[in-house]
Design a protein around this ligand. Sequence first.
Ligand code: NDP
Length: 337
Amino acid sequence: NTQILLASRPDGKPRQDNFRIGHSAIPEPADGQVLLKIVYLSLDPYMRGRMNAGKSYARPVEIGDVMEGGTVARVVRSRHPDFAEGDFVLSHSGWQAYAVSDGAALRRLDPSAAPLSTALGVLGMPGFTAYSGLLTIGKPKAGETVVVAAASGAVGSAVGQIARIKGARAVGIAGGAAKCAFVRDELGFDAVIDHHAADFPEQLAAACPGGIDVYFENVGGHVWDAVFPLLNDFARIPVCGLIAQYNSRPGEQTGGDRLPLVMRDVLSKSLQIRGFIQREFVDQRPDFYREMAGWITSGQIRYREDIVDGLDNAPTAFIGLLEGHNFGKLVIRVADE
Ligand code: NDP
């Protein structure tokens, strides 16, 4: 069994030598278990947090352990009454080729209903993050302006398109001309700005003449700095991610202390800033699966996947994700379907 293990904890940006490839015997399923062959592995920004020691909203991966991650897998041996060989399932098996499971955390997938990889993206955790965070906290109304960064990515692409379904104006922020063209022309956002542009704050202000009513925060950093002065009274800010900070060292600050400034506007503009982790909204999952599947079928939601072949390439692809090298939902094809 090929596995990617955490070799050491990164200091700042992760490096290749923070990961180690391990080989072990393919595990044997016990009575009541299945043996899973991993087909797709999802690479997600949250994994950077799991590489750090210390308390967060989830336990860290320990040194020498298999890196954590969501997976689509095929049942290749079953000693479980509810699963048959050949079944496809969503599992959380991590960065490895094979895993055993007692079935409790598996969700069966129908390969004829949607491409299997979408269970890790638009029809999976990132799509659900966009849906639940935007609708529960952002609450976009018709005619309002919704801004989201990482707009070509798994979460951001869905945020902007759902905002448009609700009648709002969607303004995307993305890195580079190709991503911006995709967000505007393929995803149908009303406007898109390249955050690498020297005059990015001015361009963003010009694209939001009526200010910003909902800012779906994926990034932090210089994007937040440009957004903050444009926020309208009663703006809602679902804080979903802060990817610009994930490689920061403990205690490292970017810029000066702007908390007093932020708090002044939280008060004077009646801003609602509310962080969330998607699992909080687990009750909404049935609605999400139904609505999102419908929107994909009707063509109202489009998505892009960035599929990289081979488990060995997962560290490089993951390091690139934290620097914007991916273009769409990043997935490793571990084996053929
Ligand atoms: P994406 O597919 O959007 O990939 C990450 C993108 O972030 C990159 O492609 C890049 O896009 C952008 N990016 C990376 N570094 C920076 C930077 N320093 N400054 C600005 N942009 C940067 O990832 P996801 O859609 O999976 O995740 C988006 C966000 O949502 C992340 O912050 C993630 O942690 C968060 N998240 C939160 C969840 C929750 O429950 N709260 C659940 C799932 C995701 P570009 O080149 O366009 O800038």
